[in-house]
Design a protein around this ligand. Sequence first.
Ligand code: C2E
Ligand code: CA
Ligand code: CA
Ligand code: CA
Length: 278
Amino acid sequence: VKKKGKNGFQYFSAELNDKLQSKIELEGDLRKAVELNELELYYQPQIRAEDERMIGIEALVRWNHPTKGVLSPGIFIPIAEETGIIYELGTWVLREACRQMRKWHLAGGPLIPVSVNLSSQQFHQPYLADYVKDILRETGLEPHFLELEITESMMMDASVSTAILNQLNEFGVRISLDDFGTGYSSLSYLKMFPIHKVKIDRSFIRDITENDNDKAIVSTIISMAQHLNMEVIAEGIETKAQLDILTDKDCEKIQGYYFSRPLSAIDVEEEFFIPGRQ
Ligand code: C2E
Ligand code: CA
Ligand code: CA
Ligand code: CA
């Protein structure tokens, strides 16, 4: 409690008030951000460890805020979800990722899929599959070059999820289970749903060089995925020591700062797509 107001009115908590105020401001700004073209997609390569080739790329949204600088999705995605702005924002992300990937394909870039994160609300919106189809048609990207990243907790209502995922799968879109192992994991999901890829969460990778439990969990996820004929990728690889453990455990695919941070589209082109560079 910092000060008394004019009439001796005590603010309930200046700090809380400030927080609320800045959240309300951000919310107003966020509503305009899509229109004002302030959102930007960054892309983080997914690498095959064996030959260090890019086998996929994940789109991660950034907000170039006019006064606050670059804001990370951890700050504004929750606000977008609370306020319903996520629908418009999510549509923009999906369209932009497909547009960019199609453009790269046409320019002779590698024929790899782009991964797009979905919020729970987006996943549960009616006619998701039709709307994804429309965006693919509009941008010209073939369905198997789009991978949607969802989390385990979105699939709690199994009958709903089955319907959505089957539609997307029949259409040829790939599904990836993000942050695997951190949610309401149910192994029966993996059997029930058409899932192409499992992403081992960063929290299991962070201490993997010292922690035998993490090592065991990661091993188990890798062999389970292999037995179920799913691809498996480890996220958050930052060091050679982590990479070595994963390759030793036959995890072929890797994503993390060790290979590349998320890059702007222009930097992706410069670092990866310039002819002769890869
Ligand atoms: P995520 O989907 O789990 O994405 C991975 C996050 O880890 C990204 O943070 C990425 O920059 C970061 N990361 C990648 N490699 C490393 C590493 O080696 N070490 C460490 N410490 N971090 C690494 P980012 O871009 O800040 O995104 C945070 C979260 O925001 C994402 O987590 C995702 O849940 C959400 N998000 C991002 N873009 C979108 C979007 O377009 N739509 C929705 N709905 N959510 C998004
Ligand atoms: Ca993700
Ligand atoms: Ca993740
Ligand atoms: Ca996440």
